[in-house]
Each structure stands twice: as structure tokens, then as C-alpha cells.
Design a protein around this ligand. Structure first.
Ligand SMILES: O=C(O)CCC(=O)C(=O)O
Length: 252
């Protein structure tokens, strides 16, 4: 086995054990600069026409952008990024299947503004059966404990989908009903440098703190499912009903 294969095998073992892995330095500084340029271009070109569900803003007075969703639908650059050979190689190894693109997203926590993300499992929104799916997070800025790094409960993906309730948080409408024991399932803050890529399982419990620092924490999220997973349509319909109720209560 060559060193690259050995490295991939280690990522697969760690992913199954912990529910996440970090591939360090996957994108070069030049490539991260290009992602930033394309983000700016996306905002300049599309921000005024984005539909509900494609953009979320913080509630604070200056209303910075908190998240963008489905960016691949409007941008050829983000659509192509998903097929990057390095990402495809790792994601197909972790899923042991052909990866299917779900969405390209942007998650921002602006300096001193970024709000908390409640603890949740992505499959409460995605409803994959079997739950073979993951999110790849590309760090644009360094993420640290102070600026609200994504924080995962190690091993929690082994528990299956746990009960969630409406969170009242725009963009993350569901939160775990009960906090999960952090001794049995320790919290790990995914501290990353620009160009690092974290991959977390669709059942891994994760959350993030508000950004209390003077430094922004921006990252791209790319959701992939495996070619053999199917949507649980009944679960998806229940989630959409809850989301509709939440949106109605926010607008009321
Ligand atoms: O940006 C965050 O803190 C949350 C992102 C998230 O929930 C995800 O990537 O699945």
C-alpha cells in the first residue's frame, strides 16, 4: 500500500470511529483566495435575487449574512468545486460509494456578530436511509474556539437519529431535545487553518458557539449523500411541516 492509500485508510477508520475527520491543507492558499473571490462574485451577482431558504441573515442590527444555501444552482464555479478530485477521492472512500451532491453552502460567523448554532444531527433535515451522507467543511478563515469553531461530539454518529425539537433559530430550525453526555461523547472543537477540510457524518451531533472574537469564521459546507441512500419521504414531510410552523411563528 502506498503512503497516500495508507492516509486515506486512516481517514476512513477515524471517520467510522469518531464521526468526523480533518484533511489538513487540502486546498492551497491560492485556492482559498479563489474561493473568497468567487464568494464575493456570487454575492455581487445574486444577493438581490436570492429566494427565501437561499440566504439567512443574523438578527443583529447590521444583519450580516449568516448562511447561503444551494449555491451550486446559480454558480458554475461552486458546482465544479464539488467534483474536485481530492474531495471526490476522500468522500467516496468515507461513504464507500459514489458521492451525490446535495448542496453547496456558506456558513459565516462575522467578527463579534456570529450567533450560536444549536446542537443537531444533519439527518434530521436530510432524512437519508440508510444514513450514509456527510458534510465537507472547507475552512476559509482559521476556525478557533474563540470564533465559534464547529464542535462535534465524538462517536455520537453511532447512536442513530436522536429526538429533535424546533429550535427557533433561523437556518437551523431543529435542535436536540436533550443534551448528550459529554463524558461518553466528548466535544471536539474542529480548529482549522484556511484550506483544511473537515468531514462529518450526517448523524454526528454538532453545534457551534457565538463568535466572541474580532476575527471572522467563514467556511463552505458541501453536502454529499451516497448513491445507495434514499430519502425517507415520511420523515422529510414531518420536518417540512415543522419548518413551515416555525416560519409562520417567526413571521407572526
Ligand atoms: O457553521 C456552523 O456552525 C454550523 C454548520 C453546520 O451545521 C454544518 O456544517 O452542518
Amino acid at each position: 500500500m502506498n503512503p497516500a492509500e495508507k492516509e486515506t485508510m486512516q481517514l476512513v477508520t477515524d471517520f467510522h470511529h469518531d464521526g468526523f475527520v480533518i484533511a489538513r491543507g487540502l486546498f492551497s492558499p491560492g485556492e482559498v483566495a479563489e474561493i473568497e473571490r468567487q464568494l464575493q462574485h456570487y454575492m455581487d451577482a445574486f444577493l438581490s435575487e436570492l429566494e427565501p431558504g437561499e440566504v439567512y441573515y443574523e438578527d443583529s442590527e447590521s444583519r450580516p449574512i449568516k448562511a447561503l444555501h444551494r449555491m451550486h444552482e446559480r454558480s458554475a464555479y461552486f458546482r465544479d468545486l464539488v467534483s474536485d478530485d481530492r474531495l471526490q477521492h476522500i468522500v467516496s472512500a468515507l461513504l464507500a460509494a459514489e458521492p451525490i451532491l446535495l448542496s453547496v453552502m456558506f456558513f459565516a460567523k462575522h467578527a463579534d456578530h456570529g450567533s450560536a448554532t444549536p446542537p443537531h444531527q444533519d439527518n434530521v433535515f436530510q432524512c437519508w436511509s440508510p444514513p450514509d451522507a456527510l458534510a465537507a467543511t472547507i475552512a476559509i478563515d482559521a476556525s478557533t474556539v474563540e470564533n465559534g469553531a464547529l464542535t462535534i461530539q465524538q462517536g455520537s454518529q453511532q447512536l442513530g437519529l436522536l429526538p429533535h425539537r424546533p429550535s427557533g433559530v433561523k437556518g437551523f430550525s431543529q435542535a436536540l431535545c436533550e443534551p448528550l453526555d459529554t463524558v461518553a461523547y466528548p466535544e471536539v472543537a474542529l480548529c482549522m487553518e484556511p484550506g483544511d477540510v473537515a468531514l462529518h457524518h450526517v448523524l454526528a451531533i454538532h453545534r457551534s458557539d457565538p463568535n466572541t472574537s474580532g476575527r471572522s469564521r467563514r467556511q463552505l459546507g458541501i453536502g454529499y449523500s451516497s448513491s445507495h441512500s434514499r430519502r425517507d419521504e415520511a420523515a422529510l414531510a414531518r420536518y417540512k411541516t415543522d419548518l413551515g410552523k416555525l416560519n409562520a411563528s417567526i413571521e407572526a
